[in-house]
Design a protein around this ligand. Structure first.
Ligand SMILES: [Zn+2]
Length: 462
């Protein structure tokens, strides 16, 4: 079996892997690097030219797993594309919207690169998606298969539609078993239960390591974070302020709306507190609801679109009205990027101590969200520049971060190794420090297991 990493190897960037097993070639994920621009954001697909590609499996609809699919499919038009049904529905929305965003950025001059694909290409792809249910055998044998390749999708817990992928084939006179965790949450979040992954033994485990260097993640419990978050919202509303919750449109946004509904139900937040949402996250909430009986849920009866919410007003005067009374704003982007709704609302709220800005996800270093958290940590009155065109502002609002990760923390990942009993582990999707912590710990607890930290473009024989 040959393994090749085409995506990130020393950071969390684009996910993309090639596996050749019993003569069949499978690409696992076709992500785009969110920190790069233009062609540099794409995995080096030319490395596939000398390799078989019979199938592409997309594990979930996050940009760093799905975003480069239209470009990959131009290169391997004969390959079949597989995913879960919710991921196919999400891809129909997210890929055309990515094409539109690339075009807009080029037109407004914020990138020097042409879009890597256009809306028509992204929309046309929809006809190729083969959606499969969980826990069902699939035959993915390729043209040059020396033996049948069997696959199965498992619930990954991470975000709507996310799957882990099991592959099995006879090779070299024995059965080879491979599992790709992709991004996974082993514990329940607000809407979905944790991953339901099979037991081992395995030959090869491709293991995500996002939180491998994050000791704090395993010290906080979701229950405690939820409580602290609810209290922060309640505090803000009680002092007559507005609360901004910057969110990622897929996953965290729907989780936060669900939590707010629970806080109101329990009387933690007054029932009549207006909740504003906007943009794509409302459409994605509709896909969550549409699939609530066909995907694993904690409460299939619960509908996110039934959570009372107002569309964020578009006109300035109506927006001014909305800011006159306490309210909660759940809008993108999660890291307060310039020229997004969350950035504009943060500019309005940041200068007054009655308001709250509550982060519920990761803000990468140097992003406006990170800059705001740094400034707030230095004390009231510290200046922050949320948008260079608007200049610096003094921070008086309450700024906090809550941990609602959709990723398994590192002790849970070690337990997954315990349960799946792989002969070989390939560490993917994490920073260098995260992978080295995971490698040290796996080797310490399971000395018979071989651990690889792959380099981009360097093939491994497993
Ligand atoms: Zn993800």
């Amino acid at each position: 079996m040959h393994y090749l990493s085409l995506g990130d190897t020393d950071a969390i960037a684009a996910s993309c892997h090639h596996l050749e097993l019993a003569g069949t070639g499978v690409v696992l994920d076709a992500g785009m690097d969110p920190d790069e621009d233009g062609p540099a954001a794409l995995p080096p697909f030319h490395l596939l030219d000398s390799r078989p590609v019979d199938h592409v499996v997309v594990t979930h609809a996050h940009h760093d797993h799905l975003g480069a699919l239209p470009v990959l499919m131009r290169r391997v038009p004969h390959a079949r594309v597989h995913m879960s049904q919710p991921t196919a529905l999400l891809a129909d929305v997210l890929l055309p919207s990515s094409a539109k965003l690339q075009l807009r950025r080029m037109r407004e001059g914020s990138t020097a690169f042409d879009p890597v694909f256009d809306v028509d290409t992204a929309e046309a792809l929809s006809y190729l998606y083969e959606a499969h249910p969980l826990d069902t055998d699939l035959d993915l044998s390729g043209l040059g298969a020396t033996a049948p390749l069997r696959a199965r999708f498992y619930h990954a817990g991470h975000v709507l539609g996310a799957i882990g992928v099991y592959l099995e084939a006879e090779e070299g006179g024995r059965t080879r078993r491979v599992f790709y965790t992709s991004d996974t949450s082993l514990r329940p979040q607000a809407i979905q239960p944790g991953a339901r992954y099979p037991d081992g033994p395995l030959d090869v485990l491709l293991l995500e390591t996002t939180l491998g260097a994050d000791p704090e993640a395993e010290l906080t419990t979701r229950k405690a974070e939820e409580k602290a978050f609810g209290e922060a919202l309640a505090r803000t509303v009680a002092r007559g302020g507005q609360a901004l919750v910057p969110v990622f449109a897929l996953g965290r946004a729907q989780e936060i709306l669900t939590l707010i509904a629970r806080f109101k139900q329990r009387g933690l937040i007054p029932n009549d507190t207006p909740v504003y949402s906007a943009g794509q996250l409302r459409g994605i909430a509709g896909i969550y609801d549409q699939t609530r009986f066909s995907t694993p849920r904690l409460d299939p009866a619960f509908e996110i679109t039934e959570v009372e919410q107002l569309r964020l007003p578009r006109t300035r005067t109506r927006l001014d009205d909305a800011f006159r009374e306490p309210g909660i704003f759940v809008v993108s982007s999660g890291m307060l990027f310039e020229r997004t709704l969350s950035n504009q609302i943060a500019q309005r709220l940041v200068g007054h101590e009655k308001n709250g800005i509550f982060f519920v996800g990761f803000s990468k270093e140097g992003s406006p969200g990170d800059r705001l958290q740094q400034a707030a940590a230095e004390g009231p009155g510290t200046e922050v520049t949320l948008d260079p065109e608007e200049g610096p502002q003094k921070v008086y609002a309450e700024v906090q971060r809550f941990r609602f990760s959709g990723h398994a923390h590192r002790r849970d990942l070690i337990q997954l190794v315990e349960r799946m009993r792989p002969r070989t582990v390939v560490l993917v999707h994490g920073e260098a420090a995260a992978k080295s912590w995971m490698k040290d710990n796996i080797e310490f607890f399971y000395p018979d297991t071989t651990v690889h930290i792959p380099e981009q473009g360097a093939a491994l024989e497993l």
